[in-house]
Design a protein around this ligand. Structure first.
Ligand SMILES: Nc1ncnc2c1ncn2[C@@H]1O[C@H](COP(=O)(O)OP(=O)(O)OP(=O)(O)O)[C@@H](O)[C@H]1O
Ligand SMILES: [Mg+2]
Length: 250
């Protein structure tokens, strides 16, 4: 029997910017349904690694596979079509449209029917249903008629999550989804991420150790572009090097 393909398999991934090796021969394998959290100090190469996996950046060397299919050379939109999703910059949304309208447009944009956008969005029942479900999933159903510019910072991050989910990703990449949030907002977002169906594999960069260790099945620690440790939250927490970097004591 063959083992099922990893959701994400990265091998020997390297990214150089001029003389700087931001990502240095990183290999990792994320199982379908897993919640993998990437931690590491500022400048460790976490975001660059994400960008190389999702296709925003072209790696200098190495390979990336998605459910057994090599995608290293595919452009970002093809990877999205194959099931990679990531958070949109909130600046991509229409500030004067409602949450519902924004989400419906995003869903329509991932659909073949985007070329029929002169038709009113409401004409597409399933798009409306998926937009409502998406808002429900991130706890924003009660705000569906609110225009985006009236949202609080925390609610914007919830909307970002809904937008990331709108393409129906099989693997979701989240780069510090809780950054800049208050403790209660942070809790809310991390609860939502934790409640996502296991049909979605999640890779997440997170600085807040409580959030990271609470959500992760496994944690990968990056330092100076390299993986210095991978393990369960318990193993990572017990590691002296990590304790020194993150908890200030051994
Ligand atoms: N486009 C770029 N051009 C040149 N250098 C870059 C570029 N992007 C990132 N770097 C450098 O690569 C290294 C890794 O940066 P990266 O943003 O991936 O780190 P990070 O782990 O995400 O950090 P943070 O926790 O601060 O978000 C840093 O030294 C950064 O200055
Ligand atoms: Mg970063």
């Amino acid at each position: 029997m063959t083992t099922p393909a990893a959701a994400i398999e990265v091998s020997g991934l390297t990214k150089e910017f001029g003389g700087l090796r931001a990502v240095d021969r990183v290999s990792l394998s994320v199982a379908p349904g897993e919640r993998r959290v990437l931690i590491g100090p500022n400048g460790a190469g976490k975001t660059t690694l994400f960008h190389c996996i999702t296709g925003t950046l072209r790696p200098s060397a190495g390979r990336v596979s998605l459910f057994g299919r090599e995608v290293t050379r595919l452009p970002e939109h093809r990877r999205t079509a194959l099931g990679m999703g990531r958070t949109f910059q909130i600046s991509n949304v229409f500030a004067d449209l409602s949450l519902f309208e924004n989400l419906a447009l995003a869903i329509l944009g991932t659909d073949r029917r985007k070329w029929m956008m002169h038709r009113p969005v409401a004409a597409f029942d399933d798009v409306c249903r998926r937009a409502r479900e998406g808002l429900e999933l991130v706890g924003l159903a009660h705000r569906e008629r609110t225009v985006v510019r009236l949202l609080s910072y925390g609610e914007r991050r919830q909307l970002e999550l809904a937008l990331a989910l709108s393409s129906g990703p099989r693997v979701l990449f989240l780069d510090e989804p809780c950054a800049g949030l208050s403790p209660s907002e942070r809790q809310r977002i991390s609860r939502m991420i934790g409640a996502l169906p296991r049909a979605i594999t999640v890779l997440m960069i997170e600085h807040d150790m409580d959030v990271a260790l609470g959500l992760a099945d496994r944690v990968t620690v990056l330092h100076r572009g390299r993986v210095i440790l991978e393990g369960t939250p318990g193993e990572v927490q017990a590691n002296p090097e990590v304790r020194e970097v993150y908890f200030g004591h051994v």
